[in-house]
Design a protein around this ligand. Sequence first.
Ligand code: G6P
Length: 479
Amino acid sequence: MRRKLIVVSNRGPVSFGRDDRGARVVRRGGGGLVTALRSLVALHDVTWIASAMSEEDRRVAAEAGGELLEETARDGSSYRFRLVAHDPQAYDWFYNVVANPTLWFLQHYLWDLKQAPRWDRGLHHAWDEGYVAVNRSFADAVVAELEREPDAAVFLHDYHLYLAPRMIREDRPDATLAQFIHIPWPQSDQWRVLPARIRTAIHDGLLGNDVVGFHSERWRRNFVRACHDILDVDSGPVRRRTVVAPISTDPQEFDELATSDAVLAAEREIVARRPERLVLRVDRTDPSKNVVGGFQAFETYLDAHPEARGRVGMLALLDPSRQDIPDYAEYLGAIQRAARAVNDRFQQNGWTPIDLQIRDDFPQTVAAYKQYDVLLVNAIYDGLNLVAKEGPLVNERDGVLVLSENAGAHAELGQWALTVNPFDLSGQAEAIHEGLEMPAEERSARIEAIRAHVREHDLSAWVEAQLAALDSVAVTARR
Ligand code: G6P
C-alpha cells in the first residue's frame, strides 16, 4: 500500500550545482543514508525535506519561494522536494561544529579522551545558535507540510535531527513520527562526555518520536539503557517504541547498474590495470572507516607474504567527505601519507601495492565491486555499512567479505564473512590472506548466502518493517 510520507534528512537525494558553462546541473547526494533512501520514492508518496547545502541549492530554494519542487527519480517515479535554506552561519555551527565533529565523533568513539574533547563556550554557542536553530527550521518546515497533508507520517533521519521530533510534537501532538538512526548508539557512559543539558536534550528530543529505529540490537540496547541512565525513564516503555531494522539496498538497481554502459566502461579500465588478485575498499574519507588502519594491515600482509608482492594489489576508492572540518581534512592527508609509505616500501617493476583514488565515482565503484577478490570493511565503528551488502550483490569473482565486528552489518552478514577486529592489524592481514587462499567452493557458498540474504532483506523490506512498527506502536505508545 502506498503511504503518504514526509521524509526528513539533512542531505537530500539530489543537490544542485553548475557545470563549466554555467548551466544548472543536478547531482546525486552521497553517503549511505541517501543511497538507501533514494528508492523509497518508488514505493510511497513522498515529500522530502532536506537542507539546502550548496549555493545553487539556496538559489533553487529561493526561486521556489516556499513551494514544493517536483523531482523525478532515476526509475521515473516522481516525488516532491523542499529545500530548507537555513541561516548560513547557523548551518555552519550545526554541521561543522555540532553534528560532525561532536555527535559523529562521540557516536563512533573517535576521541582519545586524554586529549579531546575539551568543551568551551564554542560548543554551547554552536549548540544553541546552530543545532537548535537548524532543528527548529526543520521542525517548522515539517509542521507547514503537515498542514498541507495532515495524515502523512513523518520519517526523520539520523543524528542531525535529534531535537526536531520533540519540537514537532509540541506543535502537533497527534502527528505520527518515526526516526531512524543510521549510526551507532554508544553506551551511556560515552554520552557523559557531553555536557548534561546537551545529552539530556538529545535523548528527550528523540523520545518525541513514536518509534526510533536502529540497524542492530547492539545500538538499540544502548539507546534504551542510555534513556534510562540519562533521563531516568523506565526501560520497558522506551524499548517498546524502538525497532531493529537493518537498512538495505535495492538489488534490482544494482543488477541494472552492473550492466550499464558507464559501469562497463569503468570495468574495462579496472580489468586492464588490475593485479592478479584484488583487495578492494570503498569508503568516504571518514576517520571512522579506518582507512589508514586498513593500509597498515595490508602492509603487514605484504610483510608476512613476500610471494604476494607483485601479484596482490589494493584498490581504495574513497569519496572525499566533510573537508571543511579540520579533522577530516587532516585525515585525508593521513590517508595519502599512509598509502605512500606502503607504496614507497614495496613497489616494484610496475606493480604498485595501493592504488588510491580519491573522488566520487559511482560507476567506478560498481565496476570495482564486480572485480574484487577480497572486500575489506574494517570500520572502527559503523552503524551498518552498505558497502558490505552492495559489493557481494554484483561481484563476479566469488570475492570474500572481510568485515569488522563493529559494523552493524556484522550482525547479519558476519556468519558468511571473515570477521576482523578493526584495531588488530595482524588479524586483518591474516584475514586478507585467508580470503585470498580460500577454496573456490567455500568462497562461492559464502557469497551466495550473502546475496540471498540481501535479496530477501532488501530496501522495500526495510521500509515495510519501519511502517509496520509505526502502525503497531504509534497508537498505543503515545496516547
Ligand atoms: C552517513 C550518515 C548520513 C550522511 C552520510 C554522508 O551515511 O549516516 O547521515 O548523510 O554519512 O555524510 P554527509 O555529511 O556528507 O551528508
